[in-house]
Structure formats: structure tokens, C-alpha cells
Design a protein around this ligand. Structure first.
Ligand SMILES: C[C@](O)(CO)[C@H](O)COP(=O)(O)OP(=O)(O)OC[C@H]1O[C@@H](n2ccc(N)nc2=O)[C@H](O)[C@@H]1O
Ligand SMILES: Nc1ncnc2c1ncn2[C@@H]1O[C@H](COP(=O)(O)OP(=O)(O)OP(=O)(O)O)[C@@H](O)[C@H]1O
Length: 363
């Protein structure tokens, strides 16, 4: 048997970084949105005699930790499959293949999505065998395993528009924003997420003891940092509620698009831009290319860095505007991907590509 699923990626519509926590993570608030661009993850599982299980991981991309590169244990998909087999006490030979189409270290959560996709595919493999069918994990158990693999993994077990708080792993499904044309700009540079958080701390944390040149440091107190999180939460809540509130829509604005317009009007920002655009000066101009057009109707409704980057995205009102943005990026020699945001229903209904059974197999 083998099951292939689409491993969709995400963008962040606003990301506020809060105080660093005792466990080394940072509190954050973000609105995740799943996007149709994807990798493909194939899992096959076969029973083994005895209790010894084997796990093999292959990929078409040498940058993905795999059995061939000798560090498969670092791979998010490997980790979640291993944890699931341990918890369910299932002895199986499992192979995972990741066909990478999305960038590595792109801020699109592609590696995190691979873990959620591997879990979905593994579940389907297990449920197809009578001897394993009863061993399934509950929804909360799956979210817990996902959060142990990475802060960005649980969102992919929800899909659509998702509120992320805590260190990003505490996720709540939000009413879906309408599907919109989206262009991803994929610069050649990779950005390390831990390094981007360290750069944030370096910018906003005063060094211990008296130091000359203190004026160069900005201090974000614990209180101010917490307030940044609350500000974004308030902006998200009011924007999501706007179509139902007593607010009067400005003339000419489409009600269906209104939550996105309302979000943009609240001034959502990605805090990572402040540090990542300094470290990688080529990225700021790409945001302007995504955002601006000579004709106002072709400008992006919103453009920003995704997560810690290096990918950036633009959201557009029409396919024509998205195509024009793609064209502008091509003219500047920047790789891009034209796609669309993916509401929760479509995320789940289009996830499974195929499930095959070996000849002669009986359910
Ligand atoms: C930047 C985002 O992509 C936004 O969506 C995520 O916060 C990153 O999520 P992720 O890649 O799943 O991150 P994890 O694998 O959990 O953490 C990688 C490293 O990033 C840092 N990290 C991550 C999340 C967080 N809220 N605070 C942090 O400081 C920590 O140094 C951690 O060791
Ligand atoms: N399944 C995977 N695919 C790609 N990289 C992986 C995977 N599992 C672990 N990694 C490691 O994780 C690192 C980050 O890769 P990933 O593609 O998840 O970054 P990202 O898109 O920036 O994610 P995020 O938005 O969560 O920060 C890679 O450099 C790689 O060594």
C-alpha cells in the first residue's frame, strides 16, 4: 500500500513577536493561512514480524535530511511517523518519500507541513489494515505530537485561516478568509528561523551592565512586547468580525473580500521584516515589487515577508493582477510561484492524491 498527499504550505498574515520565554522560545501571535502550493509526501506501511520497525526516508532534494544523507532522524516527517508508531505500539516497515517543490528555509513552513502530511498519509495507511484500524490517535493527541515536532506543525492539522498563539503551536481555526490569488516570491537566500529570533533579541534586548553606545539599542520591555501580541489579537478579532458588525462598508468594497480588506486596514505587520530585511537587504525591494504596480487596480492588497522568510508573498484582487506581479518578478530575475490561498474545506478535500493497494490485497 502507499498513500500520496499534498503537503500544502502557509503564509503569515501578520506576525507579532513577544517576549522570549524560559524554554528558549518566543511568545508570538500570528494569523496562518494555508496556500495551494505544495510538496508531495508518500507513505507506505507494511506489517513486520516481531516488534522491530524500520523507517526509511527518501527525497528528490539533497537538502532534505534523509536516509541517504544519514540524518533522517532530523526530518520532521520522520520524527512524527516515529512518534506515532511508538505511541500506537505498531510494528511496521514504513517508507516516506518527500518530493520537494517548495523552498527549504523559505518561511513557508514547508518542512513543518511535510510532518503533518506524513501523519495524514500514515493514518490512511494504518486505517486500511484491519489489524491496525483501531490504533488511531485522537485529534488532541495528534495536535500534541505535532507540537512536539515543531511550532508550525499543528496549524497544518487545521488548515485554512488559523490563529496561532503560544509559541505558534497553540492553534485555533478561524472563519475562512475567501480564496485569493497569491504570488510567492522565492529568493535564492535561505533564512534560519532560530537566527532570525536571535537577531530580534539582539535588536531589542539591552546588554547586561552599563555599555557605551546604548543609544544604538532599542529596548522592548516585557510589557511592551506582550502588548504587541494583544494589539495583533485585537486587530484580527475585529477584522474577522467586521462583516457581521455594525460597521458600515466603504462604498464600492466587496463584502466577500471584506475580512481581508479589514485586516489590511488594521495595519497588520510581520515583525521579522525589521531584522530579516537588515540581514538580507535584497528582500525589502522584492516586497515593493510585489506590492506596487503602475496601475492601482493591479497593486497587491497586501504584501509581506512570510514567517522568518526568505519567501515573500502578495495577495491580489484578480488573477490579472497576480499575473502582472509574477511578470514584474520575472523581469527582476526573481523566481516566483503563482498560487492561491486555500480555505479549510478545500485544504482537506484536495489533500489526498492517491492511495494504492498491492495486487491481491483484501481490506
Ligand atoms: C517563524 C515561524 O515560521 C512563524 O510561522 C515559526 O514560528 C517557526 O516555527 P518552526 O520552524 O516550526 O520552529 P521550531 O522548529 O518550533 O523552532 C525552531 C527554533 O526557532 C526558535 N523559535 C521558534 C518558535 C518560537 N515561537 N520562538 C522561537 O524562538 C527557537 O530557537 C527554536 O529552537
Ligand atoms: N521535511 C523537511 N523538509 C525540509 N527541511 C527539513 C525537513 N525536516 C527538517 N528539515 C530541516 O529544517 C530546516 C528548515 O526547513 P523548512 O523548509 O522547514 O524551513 P522553513 O520553510 O523556513 O520553515 P518555517 O516556516 O517553519 O521556519 C532545513 O534546513 C532542514 O535542514
Amino acid at each position: 500500500m502507499s498513500t500520496t498527499v499534498r503537503s500544502y504550505c502557509k503564509i503569515n498574515l501578520g506576525l507579532a513577536i513577544g517576549p522570549s520565554r524560559a524554554d528558549g522560545y518566543h511568545a508570538l501571535t500570528t494569523l496562518y493561512q494555508t496556500v495551494a502550493a505544495h510538496d508531495l509526501v508518500t507513505v507506505s506501511a507494511a506489517p513486520v514480524a516481531g516488534r522491530k520497525r524500520t523507517l526509511t526516508l527518501t527525497s528528490n532534494d539533497a537538502r532534505v535530511p534523509s536516509t541517504a544523507t544519514g540524518d533522517a532522524e532530523r526530518n520532521t516527517a520522520y520524527k512524527i511517523v516515529e512518534k506515532t508508531l511508538q505511541v500506537t505500539e505498531i510494528a511496521a516497515d514504513v517508507t516516506i518519500h518527500i518530493e520537494k517543490r517548495l523552498p527549504v528555509q523559505g518561511g513557508l513552513g514547508a518542512g513543518s507541513a511535510n510532518a503533518a502530511a506524513a501523519l495524514v498519509a500514515l493514518e490512511r495507511e494504518l486505517s486500511a489494515r484491519p489489524e491496525w484500524a483501531a490504533a488511531g490517535l485522537s485529534g488532541p493527541e495528534k495536535l500534541l505530537l505535532a507540537s512536539e515536532v515543531g511550532s508550525d506543525v499543528p496549524l497544518f492539522l487545521i488548515g485554512g485561516s488559523v490563529l496561532g498563539v503560544g509559541r505558534g503551536e497553540e492553534v485555533y481555526p478561524l472563519p475562512d478568509l475567501p480564496a485569493m490569488p497569491c504570488v510567492l516570491a522565492l529568493p535564492e537566500v535561505g533564512v534560519s528561523t532560530p537566527q532570525a529570533f536571535r537577531d530580534w533579541d539582539a535588536l531589542y534586548t539591552l546588554p547586561a551592565g552599563p555599555a557605551p553606545g546604548m543609544a544604538f539599542y532599542k529596548k522592548l520591555t516585557h510589557l511592551q512586547a506582550s502588548d504587541k501580541l494583544s494589539q495583533l489579537s485585537r486587530a484580527l478579532a475585529s477584522a474577522m468580525c467586521e462583516p457581521h458588525s455594525s460597521g458600515v462598508l466603504p462604498v464600492g468594497e466587496d463584502l466577500a473580500e471584506n475580512p481581508v480588506l479589514a485586516l489590511v486596514r488594521t495595519g497588520i505587520e510581520n515583525d521579522f521584516e525589521e531584522v530579516v530585511f537588515r540581514q538580507h537587504p535584497s528582500l525589502g525591494p522584492i516586497k515593493r515589487i510585489l506590492a506596487d504596480s503602475s496601475s492601482p487596480e493591479q497593486s497587491a492588497l497586501y504584501a509581506a515577508l512570510s514567517g522568518s522568510g526568505s519567501a515573500l508573498f502578495g495577495l491580489y484582487r484578480t488573477e490579472a493582477a497576480a499575473k502582472a506581479a509574477e511578470q514584474r518578478l520575472t523581469e527582476h530575475g526573481i523566481r516566483s510561484l503563482r498560487t492561491e490561498t486555500l480555505p479549510r474545506g478545500q485544504y482537506w478535500s484536495s489533500m489526498v492524491v492517491e492511495q494504492s493497494t498491492p495486487p491481491g490485497h483484501k481490506f
